[in-house]
Design a protein around this ligand. Structure first.
Ligand code: HEM
Ligand code: HEM
Length: 272
């Protein structure tokens, strides 16, 4: 059996609800032949406009539900399942409301913004589907704070190993060790930290006094561990950023959509 996600939640319950609702709305639309033709101003047109507006208001409420950790009003997964399927269904409800009539006006702008919100939402779903499994798989699910602590503690081990050592030892540490600080750049482009170069490390080791060689090998091991941990964090921050970045489109477009719907409703009543 495949794993339950917000897409196939409870055997695609919300997809089924959406399809059944759309079939009913389509049937009513087809059976209804108002004088003057189908449009947003008929009884069915108004009803579908109100339905679409309630749908949008409810989709907007998802942001609140997501953050209401103590709410007992359904699971967040269930809400998101309903969000994506009902949201997609609105693609058809609004044309049914408008009698498939569009023009260069604020009404059509509202629809265009809705399509924009929906398309950005679909893009987000694709990101979740392709990226979420990659998170924390490479670092055994440890939290970022724990990994940062491990990096800091390796740093102190290296520092104490280098205490009272020869200049050659210090230059080896200076050459390969690094200070790790999270940077915005990590989010924006793929960064691969190279491992300690074995050939170069060998040259440094050959310049060391015999007594310091074992300790130097230990330090190189610490540095390699630091590189692994830092690389894991960098990769993960980038994936997390990619998982969220589409929301910078989805949320502002949805807010613009609400403004446009408000103007649309106000204008149809004002000019009535
Ligand atoms: C309470 C909710 C709503 C009411 C009362 C309402 C009312 C109307 C009315 C009366 C018309 C006909 C206007 C005309 O023919 O000049 C219309 C058309 C239209 N409405 Fe709505 N509407 C509502 C919600 C929405 C929503 C949520 C959207 C889109 C997101 C929308 C998009 C449109 C479009 C695209 C048209 C067709 C414009 C055209 O023919 O150029 N409406 N609406
Ligand atoms: C008119 C339609 C829609 C509106 C108004 C809308 C609005 C919103 C809002 C306000 C949020 C909350 C963002 C936040 O606070 O972080 C959200 C989240 C989300 N929406 Fe939509 N949305 C719509 C359609 C869709 C569609 C069709 C899909 C997918 C097919 C979708 C996928 C998502 C996803 C995946 C999230 C984020 C989930 C999370 O991070 O928890 N949305 N949407």
């Amino acid at each position: 059996m495949s794993k339950q996600t917000f897409i196939n939640y409870k055997e695609y319950r919300w997809l089924v609800v959406t399809i059944v609702s759309l079939v009913v709305l389509l049937a009513i639309y087809a059976l209804n032949t108002p004088v003057g033709g189908r449009n947003g101003g008929t009884f069915v047109g108004y009803t579908y406009g109100v339905l679409a507006t309630i749908g949008i208001a409810w989709l907007m409420a998802y942001g609140g539900r997501k953050r209401a950790y103590s709410s007992s009003l359904g699971t967040v997964e269930g809400w998101l399942a309903a969000h994506i399927w009902i949201g997609t269904g609105l693609l058809l409800v609004v044309p049914l409301h408008a009698g498939f009539s569009f023009g260069y006006n604020v009404h059509t702008l509202a629809y265009a913004l809705m399509v924009g919100t929906i398309v950005s939402g679909m893009w987000g779903v694709m990101r979740y589907a392709t990226l979420s499994d990659k998170i924390s798989s490479h670092r055994g699910g440890q939290s970022e704070a724990v990994v940062l602590d491990q990096i800091a503690s390796l740093g102190s081990d290296i520092e104490s190993a280098a205490r009272e050592k020869s200049d050659a030892f210090l230059s080896l540490v200076e050459r390969f060790d690094f200070i790790f600080k999270p940077r915005v750049e990590f989010l924006l482009r793929r960064i691969e930290l190279p491992p300690v170069n074995q050939r170069e490390a060998g040259e440094f080791l050959s310049r060391l006094p015999e007594v310091e060689r074992d300790e130097a090998l230990r330090v190189i091991g610490f540095i390699d561990q630091k590189i692994d941990l830092a690389q894991g964090l960098i990769t993960e921050s980038r994936i997390k950023f990619m998982l969220r970045s589409w929301l910078f489109l989805h949320v502002p477009i949805s807010v613009a959509l609400c403004v446009a719907v408000g103007i649309h409703i106000f204008s149809v009543f004002f000019f009535w």
